[in-house]
Design a protein around this ligand. Structure first.
Ligand SMILES: [Mg+2]
Length: 265
């Protein structure tokens, strides 16, 4: 794998960042993030965020970023909760059996999508109150022909010193219970998420970069959009993971620390 070290981000005007593991570890910003983002803004760069996290609404993500010292407008954030609501709304689906937290339910309700266990669609997002009976209801709906959707497909994630189960762990248990093998993700790097990013953010070749901590979601998303990509180490993907990737998974830049972004401006 070749990482072009001579390249730079001088011409890039729009920076799209992943959140979990890139910008923050949920309640704590990654070191030097605030200083780096401020520096980027002072150079006239536009800052956007995209996350597969479905716990909050896009508005709540913007508020959380602002509260942590990164002033952000709602329209500069795209979350999988928001994308899910847009996808179902465009398909004229108004009933979904949803497993997820308040942020996901609220985004769906904004689009007049209600929760029903008799729905033709099952949507699974992160749910820290996931239970045997939620799994049972989802599996039942799928056995009756409902389609299984997921907001993200991460097996696990880092939370401080712990590694906790990700949305895929919930989805897999439902698949086993329902006897199915397929599910469709609306999060990065799916076409659903990419289409909404392209619709709502200024995605221009050579002028926009996608920077995140996961090779298989963030780097792939940026590459599929034809924009520059950067991998920040210290989150999900490690230096060892990089040794085994090729094609759409190769990033233009690898940053050992977040602040190193400033070195290629
Ligand atoms: Mg991440």
């Amino acid at each position: 794998m070749v990482v072009e070290r001579k390249e730079n981000l001088k011409d890039v005007k729009n920076f799209i960042f992943d959140l979990d593991g890139t910008i923050w570890h949920w309640n704590k910003l990654v070191p030097d993030v605030q200083r780096t983002i401020r520096r980027l803004k002072s150079k006239g760069k536009n800052i956007f965020y995209v996350t597969n996290n479905s716990i909050l609404t896009r508005k709540e993500f913007a508020e959380k970023l602002t509260n942590l010292g990164l002033r952000t407008k709602t329209e500069n954030v795209i979350s999988s909760s928001y994308v899910a609501a847009q996808v179902f709304s465009k398909k004229n689906i108004d009933e979904v059996y949803t497993i997820g937290e308040k942020g996901l339910i609220d985004e769906l309700e904004k689009e007049h999508i209600s929760k029903s266990k008799d729905a033709d669609h099952v949507l699974v997002g992160m749910d820290r109150n996931f239970s045997y009976w939620k799994m049972a209801k989802a599996a039942e709906a799928i056995r009756y022909g409902a389609k299984l959707w997921t907001t993200a497909y991460g097996e696990n994630f880092r939370a401080g010193d712990r590694v906790l189960p990700g949305t895929a762990s919930l989805v897999e248990s439902i698949k086993i219970a329902a006897g199915v093998e397929e599910s469709e993700s609306i999060g990065k790097p799916s076409k659903y998420m990419i289409n909404i990013i392209k619709d709502e953010f200024p995605v221009y070749k050579g002028r926009t970069a996608f920077i995140g901590d996961n090779i298989h979601t963030d780097v792939v998303t940026g590459n599929k959009m034809g924009i520059k990509t950067g991998l920040v180490l210290g989150g999900t993907s490690s230096k060892d993971d990089l040794a085994n990737v090729e094609g759409v998974e190769v990033p233009n830049f690898v940053f050992k620390e977040f602040k190193r972004i400033l070195k290629v401006l």
